[in-house]
Design a protein around this ligand. Structure first.
Ligand code: UT7
Length: 329
């Protein structure tokens, strides 16, 4: 049986930073930000680390499913802003939640982190290696953003989405297919220059602001429009799906224009697209599970709905996952 999401929850930091916040000290405007990206405001975690956003979402997710924490046998965290380079954030989350019988690890695939982790988690559950897997997508992007660079300060936000993966009771439900890709030639356009073994932290790297995000926005934009649209229509063709077969496109929330181009290529009207970028900006590994959790809370995902999840991010990494909503209820 395929793996399926049996519970989901999200956490967003309470502190809201509208575009007017940046207008006060950067040469930018609400109109520019809205037109170019579709973002009106975002949340920044003014205290705590990535794990501190995951923990409340995880507690809610576990409680909703009504299971004991000790039934969880694996914790996977998708993030590029781990609490530490090591140990993995999955270990920090395991410890903070006091989950006693699990293994786990982190996955680093930037904005595609949740999809790469979902496919990994689904394979572990599908094969019987894991039975109840806690899958977390979260980033504290404010920890690596240059708030004085108008080209990046306005784009990102912080947040977490957490779901539980278990085997479906129905062979036609759950995670049904995925197409995932990686191309390191794109690394030069979106990366963190220093802090890894390639360029360890030093006074010079700090002075040169090399621990912040580096992004060549235009190059990433062009690659993202093509990458996300192509792979999303490819997964439809591969599974013989017409636009009317799909209830929701769940796109990574990096830029409203990239999302529109993807929906357009898939032949989907925008009322079939989950969009919350206006409120939260780009929370990297958090965007897709936050969308799923919000839409489920609104009662707008029904059992049997076909969803295409799609993403593009640093690496480059990109992909699409087809899932049929189940929840095993
Ligand atoms: O999720 C990970 C993947 N990341 C993405 O998918 C992001 C992809 N890229 C983008 O979303 C867009 O490239 C941005 C939203 C980052 C920028 O939009 P753009 O239409 O590509 O603008 P641009 O970079 O070509 O900049 C146009 C102009 C420049 O000025 P000049 O050189 O034409 O004088 C920028 O300096 O806009 C300027 N600019 C700004 N102006 C006002 C850049 N940022 C701002 C700003 N406010 N915040």
């Amino acid at each position: 049986m395929p793996a399926t999401i049996t519970s989901i929850a999200h956490f967003l930091p309470p502190d809201v930073f509208p575009n007017s916040y940046f207008e006060k000290y950067l040469e930018t405007s609400h109109e520019w930000i809205m037109t170019r990206s579709g973002i009106a405001e975002r949340r920044f975690a003014t205290t705590g680390a990535t794990s501190d956003m995951i923990v409340p979402a995880a507690l809610e997710c576990i409680e909703k499913r009504g299971i004991s924490k000790d039934e969880i046998d694996c914790v996977i965290v998708a993030t590029v802003t781990p609490d530490h380079m090591f140990p993995c954030t999955a270990a920090v989350v395991q410890s903070k939640l006091n989950i006693t019988k699990a293994w786990g690890f982190d996955i680093s695939a930037a904005c595609s982190g949740f999809l790469f982790a979902l496919q990994t988690a689904a394979s572990l559950v599908d094969s019987g290696v894991c039975k109840k897997l806690l899958l977390c997508g979260s980033d504290k992007m404010s920890s690596i953003m240059n708030m004085n660079d108008r080209a990046q300060a306005i784009l990102f936000g912080d947040g977490a989405g957490v779901c539980l993966l278990e085997k479906s009771n129905n062979p036609e439900m759950g995670v049904l297919d995925s197409l995932l890709r990686i191309d390191g030639a794109g690394g030069q356009y979106l990366h963190q220059v220093a802090g890894g073994s390639f360029k360890p932290a030093s006074h010079e790297t700090v002075d040169a602001k090399e621990h912040y995000i580096f992004q060549d926005g235009q190059n990433v934009f062009k690659a993202a429009v093509k990458g996300m649209a192509d792979i999303s229509s490819e997964i439809m063709q591969k599974n013989h799906l017409a636009p009317e077969d799909i209830r929701w496109l769940v796109p990574h929330q990096a830029n409203l224009r990239i999302i529109s181009a993807t929906a357009d290529r898939m032949g989907l009207s925008m009322d079939k697209v989950m969009i919350n970028i206006e409120k939260y900006g780009n929370t990297t590994a958090g965007t897709i599970p936050i969308c799923l959790s919000e839409w489920l809370n609104k009662g707008e995902i029904q059992k049997g709905d076909r969803l295409v999840l799609s993403s593009f991010g640093a690496g480059y990494t990109w992909g699409a996952v087809l899932l049929r909503w189940d929840m095993n209820d």
